[in-house]
Design a protein around this ligand. Structure first.
Ligand code: BGC
Length: 748
């Protein structure tokens, strides 16, 4: 590699770190360095042969449109994600794509984010596990991935320049962990930096993000590619640790880099570093290549359908209305344009040209011998149409059951902009009300990328299935779920709130004057609703099934309680009479934290398939990070008790066990600003302080006894020394005395 770089001219090196075109890197033919092709991603291959664009507007080659991340995240099934990743890689290979631009693992900070359909979760542990599986699957077939968008890209409003102001602890505990886990566990070939600024600096020019975090702390050894058009200053970007600017800017960036190296502004070794990272990744990818596979599109379509069913969350099923009998019963009314014209993917760069498209109406008709009649009820764009409205009500009145396909019209959510509300179109809500007056047997099937308010639907429709944007086979999956040939296997990866006003980022969204403050800090998603003790429509982790499960017992084993590590064994059974899958979730509470911590946080989960009556024992391992918070001295586990909770969702955790960790107490580092309380709780600090008091002829505990500590505790020691000097008219230099005390602590 070094030899190859040494043979490259400055022009060739500058050319390599700046794309050749929209989707490819520059080849260096004389040195046999090939061009590499990348394309979106994440849930289908969007390979464009003609006019290129990154907004999903121009045509692309047919490829399987798998369910979007809102659906795949809801499967809570990493193995399935890995399988999807393998299928995506086969299609990538067949279309000549070397790197697929995904997964997207940004946290769903607000349901309003227009791109939530491309992200897995409101929880970083969950997003990390799912994303790692995706990367493993794709890369196992010799295709690269791009973990995106790093970092704090949680909204579309002003996304190219908004300054996300987020404190370090929140970044470390909420917005970074998915990236960190995936880098450590699955080694993605590339990471894509985001457009936005993070604490004042564009991500593409942010060396703390691109060099300190990614490489030095997490050991990332792939290369960083810019989001398309995210680079303002290509020289500053290379200096910060960005390796490849995409797409090409013609000669502009290349010339700027050449000039910067020639004038000494950019150290050529930094350019060499970027070149070597790019070449290493490309060489590894190309060397593992066998011939392109023949793609089994039928199998991929079936897989897309299986994932869509597993990602569907059964939110409510009063009176066991679902599943419907396919053989017996009167007319089934299928209502809603989305039954005929599916909403199955989102708009923007992830837009896929599907190989085929199943609609639910045809699939339902094919799956039953019952009479199925259809009424559109409203237009695809969500507009009210009196005739459609009336026809739908009439059909509902003469049918035995109504299956209503509701959801967000396509113009409501997309990459590039955020929603301004979380309501379904009024027309749809009115239609549901009107239908409920003539027929109470209503199944609502929802298609939406981001969470919607279900007020007016809960309690009106006995059965609600949230299908998200379920990909090209979601129509068939819907029919399978309706008639029970598939089980709704999904659990919510995002809380469904009652209203927008109760959501965590509400008062800070979407920022103003170019700045968005993450004022809610750590309290995102369920962490917020739990901390503020709010009722929600459906909690994180929630989802019903056509059967019922019981978490029977839990055993927590701590092999050595001076270390933060535990094994959790849970026994679960299927108490119903149908087979199905349960997701057993493990949450950890720090009972005695010295800092504000969420009430409980997801730290492990397992999905398990159970036949009726079957019992299985599951094992969830908790590592040190499961107990830690980001403190002033880095990742910190404090000694004390922790509660391990297990159960089917974040608000239904029937099993709980308390464990005690006797890990060493990490003492705070004392400095010139430290308070008396901090000195008193520092083992060496207290001794040094007491000795000094005795030397001054004072009682050793005059300041640190139970009476005085609450009063003086929050004062910096420097201030107290100053008071002492004044009160006793003692001649000493306060700063010098403090420095002596600090050095005594250091050498203690
Ligand atoms: C998106 C990325 C995408 C890129 C290339 C950008 O607009 O933010 O997610 O990979 O375009 O299409």
């Amino acid at each position: 590699m070094h030899q190859l770089i040494a043979e490259m001219t400055l022009e060739e090196k500058a050319g390599l770190v700046s794309g050749a075109a929209f989707w490819s890197t520059r080849p260096v033919e004389r040195l046999s360095i090939p061009a590499v092709t990348m394309t979106d991603g994440p849930h289908g291959v969007r390979m464009q042969r003609q006019s290129a664009d990154h907004l999903g507007l121009n045509a692309s080659e047919p490829a399987t449109c798998f369910p979007t991340a809102s659906s795949t995240g809801s499967t809570w099934n990493p193995e399935l994600l890995a399988e999807m990743g393998e299928a995506l890689a086969h299609e990538s290979r067949a279309l000549g794509v070397d790197i697929l631009l995904g997964p997207g693992v940004n946290i769903k900070r607000s349901p309003l984010c227009g791109r939530n359909f491309e992200y897995f979760s409101e929880d970083p542990f969950h997003a990390g596990v799912m994303g790692a599986a995706f990367v493993r699957g794709v890369q196992s077939q010799g295709v690269g991935t791009s973990l995106k968008h790093f970092a704090a890209n949680n909204q579309e409003t002003d996304r190219m320049r908004i300054d996300a102001q987020v404190d370090e602890r929140t970044l470390r505990e909420i917005y970074f962990p998915a990236f960190e886990r995936i880098i450590r566990e699955a080694a993605p070939t590339t990471v894509m930096c985001s457009y936005n600024k993070v604490n004042g600096l564009h991500a593409s020019q942010n060396s703390w993000l691109l060099t300190d975090m990614l490489r030095k702390e997490w050991g990332f050894n792939g290369y960083v590619v810019s989001d398309w058009g995210a680079v303002g200053d290509p020289v500053a970007a290379v200096a910060a640790g960005l390796d490849l600017e995409m797409p090409s800017t013609g000669d502009r960036s290349v010339n700027a880099i050449i000039e910067a190296v020639n004038s000494g502004v950019l150290d050529e070794s930094l350019l060499d570093l970027a070149v070597s990272r790019i070449l290493t990744v490309h060489e590894n990818l190309l060397s593992t290549r066998t011939s392109a596979p023949v793609v089994d599109f039928d199998a991929h379509h079936a897989l897309a359908g299986r994932i869509a069913a597993e990602g569907t969350v059964l939110l409510s099923n009063e009176g066991h209305l679902l599943p419907l009998s396919a053989a017996e019963g009167d007319t089934i009314a299928v209502i809603g344009e989305f039954a005929r014209t599916p909403r199955y993917q989102g708009a923007g760069s992830s837009h896929v040209n599907p190989t085929r498209l199943d609609d639910a109406l045809t699939a339902i008709q094919a799956a039953t011998t019952r009479t199925v009649e259809f009424a559109a009820g409203f237009t695809f764009d969500g507009d009210r149409n009196e005739q459609l409205h009336a026809e739908a009500i009439a059909l509902a009145a003469r049918s035995s059951v109504v299956v209503m396909f509701l959801g967000l019209p396509p113009q409501n959510e997309s990459e590039g902009f955020d929603r301004s509300h979380i309501l379904l179109p009024e027309t749809q809500r009115n239609l549901l009300d009107a239908i409920a007056r003539v027929n109470r047997n209503i199944v609502v099937i929802l298609s939406n990328g981001g969470a919607v308010s279900l007020q007016g639907i809960i309690g009106t429709a006995p059965s609600i299935l949230e299908m998200w944007l379920g990909g090209q086979a979601s129509g068939t999956a819907a029919a399978d779920l309706i008639f029970g040939t598939a089980q709704p296997g999904g659990r919510l990866a995002e809380t469904i709130p009652h209203s927008l006003a109760q959501t965590p980022a509400f008062v800070n969204w979407p920022g103003e004057n170019g700045v968005v403050r993450y004022g809610e800090g750590l309290y995102v998603g369920y962490r917020w609703y739990d901390h503020t003790e709010q009722d929600v429509a459906f909690p994180f982790g929630y989802g019903l099934s056509y059967t019922t499960f019981n978490c029977i017992s839990m055993t927590v084993t701590v092999p050595d309680n001076t270390k933060a590590q535990a094994s959790v064994e849970i026994s679960v059974t299927n108490a119903g009479n149908r087979a199905g899958a349960e997701v057993v979730q493990v949450y950890v509470t720090d009972n005695e934290a010295s800092v504000s911590r969420p009430r409980r946080e997801l730290k492990g989960f397992t999905k398990v398939w159970l036949e009726p009556g079957e019992v299985k024992n599951l094992l969830v391992e908790l590592d040190e990070r499961a107990f830690a918070f980001w403190g002033t001295a880095g990742w910190t586990v404090e000694p004390g008790t922790f509660t391990i909770h297990a159960g089917p969702n974040s608000r239904d955790l029937p099993l709980a066990e308390v464990l005690t960790l006797n890990v060493p107490q990490q003492s705070t580092i004392l400095d010139t600003e430290s308070t008396l309380q901090e000195w008193a709780s520092h083992p060496a600090g207290l001794t040094v302080l007491k000795q000094a008091m005795i030397r001054m002829g004072q009682s050793a505990d005059a300041l640190t006894n139970e009476e005085s500590l609450p009063i003086f505790g929050s004062m910096p020691l420097r201030t107290i020394l100053g008071f002492a000097q004044q009160a006793n008219a003692v001649e000493f230099d306060v700063d010098e005395a403090l420095a002596n005390l600090l050095s005594a602590v250091e050498s203690a």
